[in-house]
Design a protein around this ligand. Structure first.
Ligand SMILES: *Cc1c(COP(=O)(O)O)cnc(C)c1O
Length: 418
């Protein structure tokens, strides 16, 4: 069973102050989870999580994670500006982008961010853009082929197999890139790979770690480069469905430690720092999209129309993703009604749930759509002239803070030329 982090009563009073729909985040849950991750990797003294900003690009959230010791992983100019605006800079910023515009490399270099190169041609592109290459630099590896460890069905849509994915360098390219970077003056090297998204198996990170640790040992030998960090990137999943078991971060950390001791330590690389760029794992479960039932419709099926729509949460429409729904105040009632829960877009995929068993929904009921803390608000858009919602933060002391106001029509029209 999935339990919301707010009670029905709490939510009623919040909704009186802030009209639905809105996203609300749980400070306590976010902090506790960040600490669990840190503990699971505490055996690696250099360990650092760089939160994937694209998952939840909201300054109060980014600052909160920074307070917990996280850096930020950015992949665009505005994400770099967000980091800067939050007072995060230097090596607290990882810049993992692809198809990168020159001005973004310039900005990342100005901020002193660690740049993670996606392609071998970016080595000289970076040199020509900056006039130098940074002394600390990372390259993204793509082993090609198939990778199936820990992949969920839905994930096959979120991310292709490595052999079909646009990211990263081949095995021979990464060796050449290291040599060229060294020739251009780089001194400290990192490697990175991201092979699967939303994995539920505790084996994903350890398997990826083995691939990268083996590669690090080979590259050290082959190129003589000093490899000081290895980036396991994102991809640890969360159980969106109530029956799915959650991953065990302690077991995951332990699995990576075993690989580290088997592969890196014997190669004299026992001082390599590990980093991660988790998004979903850090925030997913700690966000709810809160919406009100505003219509019901009974035709060939039974529909509940809510005041949120796919622009507030795109994953169900885009990937057919499951998001659990709790009808607030009716947690104890039997789920004996079958509904499609829909938004108002003129798109038939604007459905938060299809054939979902719920208690009888009455107009005015508040619905919590679970696990929207990552890749939720951030994937929002303005189709059909719909406006992005507000974001709220439930503080540890129970108070609620507005951390992003809802868009108004003025925001929507700000860019048009009449
Ligand atoms: C999206 C992304 C992440 C975060 O992925 P999650 O699945 O949310 O953990 C990390 N690194 C890079 C480069 C990404 O593009």
């Amino acid at each position: 069973m999935k339990t919301p982090f707010v009670t029905a009563e709490q939510l009623r009073s919040i909704a009186e102050r802030y009209p639905t729909p809105f996203h609300i985040y749980d400070e306590k849950g976010i902090r506790e989870n960040a600490r669990r991750l840190k503990r699971a990797f505490a055996w690696n003294p250099g360990f650092r999580e760089y939160f994937a900003v694209k998952a939840t690009p909201t300054p109060k959230i980014l600052k909160l994670l920074h307070e917990e010791g996280c850096g930020l992983d950015c992949s665009s100019l505005t994400e770099l500006m967000l980091a800067k605006g939050c007072g995060v800079r230097g090596e607290d910023v990882m810049f993992s982008s692809n198809d990168t515009p020159a001005e973004e490399f310039e900005m990342a270099a100005r901020m002193g961010a660690i740049i993670n190169l996606d392609d071998i041609t970016h080595v000289d592109f970076l040199k020509n853009t900056l006039g130098y290459v940074p002394q600390k630099i990372s390259c993204r590896f793509n082993p090609g082929g198939m990778f199936t460890v820990g992949k969920s069905h839905e994930d096959f849509q979120v991310m292709d197999n490595p052999g079909d994915a646009k990211y990263g360098m081949t095995r021979s390219q990464i060796g050449q890139a290291f040599c060229r970077l060294k020739e251009l003056g780089a001194q400290e090297f990192g490697i990175h790979a991201f092979l699967a998204s939303n994995t539920l198996s505790n084996e994903y990170y350890p398997t990826l770690a083995r691939i990268l640790f083996q590669l690090a040992v080979e590259l050290k030998e082959e190129t003589g480069c000093r490899i000081t960090f290895i980036n396991l990137s994102g991809g640890i999943g969360i159980p969106y469905r109530p029956e799915e078991p959650a991953g065990d971060i302690d077991l995951i950390g332990e699995g990576v430690r075993r690989a580290y001791e088997e592969l890196l330590v014997p190669a004299g690389m026992g001082d390599v720092a590990l980093c991660t760029e988790l998004g979903r794992f850090m925030l997913g479960p700690y966000g709810h999209l809160v919406t009100t039932a505003v219509h019901e419709k009974h035709t060939y099926k039974d529909y509940v129309g809510v005041d949120a729509c796919a622009v507030n949460l795109m994953r169900p429409a885009m990937y057919g993703a499951y998001h659990h729904i709790t009808v607030m105040g009716k947690e104890q009632l039997p789920c004996d009604h079958k509904y499609d829960v829909v938004g108002s877009l003129c798109e038939n995929n604007d459905k938060f749930a299809i054939d979902r068993m719920l208690p009888k929904v009455d107009l005015g009921d508040l619905l919590v759509i679970h696990d929207t803390g990552a890749h939720g608000f951030s994937m929002g858009y303005n189709y059909n002239g719909k406006l992005r919602s507000a974001e709220l933060l439930l503080r540890e002391d129970g108070s609620v803070e507005l951390i992003r106001r809802a868009e108004t029509p003025d925001d929507y029209f700000a860019t048009v030329v009449w």
